[in-house]
Design a protein around this ligand. Structure first.
Ligand SMILES: [Zn+2]
Length: 308
């Protein structure tokens, strides 16, 4: 019953990740936060995700100390024979209210890549911990779309290339989320890139509830795939387990051999003797001097319960 999810992957693809800035060029600065280090950390997180999908990953720099020119970045990726170049940046402006997602392209093939990645990244980053980011005091999270930009990295690269600006580190809430290595927000930003890259190659995005396959942590079950669970394994005595549309267990057809409404015995434990109805529950009628279902009529309505 448990089906194994075999996904298409990035075997044979070489992805060149370019952490923006570096060395003597910190990029944007907000207090202790340096853009060059955020970009590098996100690149490492993204690299790990891509490796899971069997991609080869090349990085233009791997330390905070390296200074690279924009053309150098393109040449490193060209020399590696990379299929994609993703140059990762973090945006900044004077107005601390701004936040949102922006992407740059130059060549025609860059534009095709950007047009796939930008909307996916914007949607992904507009939520944080299950809430719209605006819930956290970010006034608005803006889809800045994509623009043509004559960067040496984009112009001199042989492959589809984009410069990503997923969020604004000048926004104080973003800055707080971005403040530590491997933070949830940095991981989310890496994941947004990852989803964009997979989508560009037409690889199904992460498993979802509704694909009849139990393949993500948040699912108890998915369609027919109950992960070997049964009513009995969940603590019931019998019955048929099924799965809701929300990928949680539906135990309404599971049964227990304990108290059973309608068997003529008042067993307590859910069967209430105090004014019972046909479902052996209370509806405000008083039969306190006898047990519902004991065959003795305590009042006009008591016999409705538990008499076969
Ligand atoms: Zn930058």
């Amino acid at each position: 019953m448990l089906s194994v999810f075999v996904s298409a992957d990035l075997t044979g693809k070489i992805i060149c990740l370019d952490p923006g800035h570096g060395g003597t060029d910190p990029g944007a600065v907000n207090g202790d936060l340096l853009e060059k280090d955020i970009n590098l950390d996100i690149s490492f997180l993204l690299k790990d995700m891509l490796l899971v999908r069997n991609s080869q990953v090349v990085m233009t720099r791997t330390t905070t100390y390296e200074s690279l020119g924009n053309s150098d970045r393109a040449y490193i990726c060209n020399d590696a024979g990379a299929d994609l170049l993703i140059s990762i940046h973090t945006n900044s402006v004077e107005d601390p209210n701004y936040d949102g997602t922006y992407m740059y392209w130059f060549k025609k093939e860059d534009r095709a890549l950007a047009s796939v990645m930008q909307p996916i990244m914007y949607n992904e980053l507009g939520d944080y911990e299950g809430q719209p980011v605006t819930y956290y005091g970010i006034p608005d999270f803006i889809d800045f779309g994509t623009d043509r930009f004559a960067s040496g990295t984009l112009m001199r690269s042989d492959m589809p290339a984009v410069i990503t600006e997923p969020v604004f580190m000048s926004n104080p809430t973003e800055a707080q989320w971005l403040s530590s290595a491997g933070s949830e927000r940095r991981t989310q930003i890496a994941h947004a890139h990852y989803l964009g890259i997979l989508s560009y190659y037409g690889i199904p995005l992460d498993p979802v509830c509704g694909d009849d396959t139990l393949n993500q942590e948040s699912e108890e079950c998915d369609g027919f795939d109950l992960g070997w669970n049964t009513c009995i394994s969940l603590g019931f005595d019998d019955g048929t387990l099924s799965c809701t549309e929300d990928c949680t267990f539906d135990t309404t057809s599971c049964t227990t051999s304990g108290p059973e409404c309608g068997n003529g015995i008042c067993e307590g434990n859910g069967e209430d003797c105090f004014s019972c109805e046909s479902d052996c529950a209370c509806f405000g009628k008083d039969c306190s001097f006898g047990c519902c279902g004991d065959g003795v009529e305590q009042n006009m309505d008591s016999k409705k319960c538990n008499i076969i």
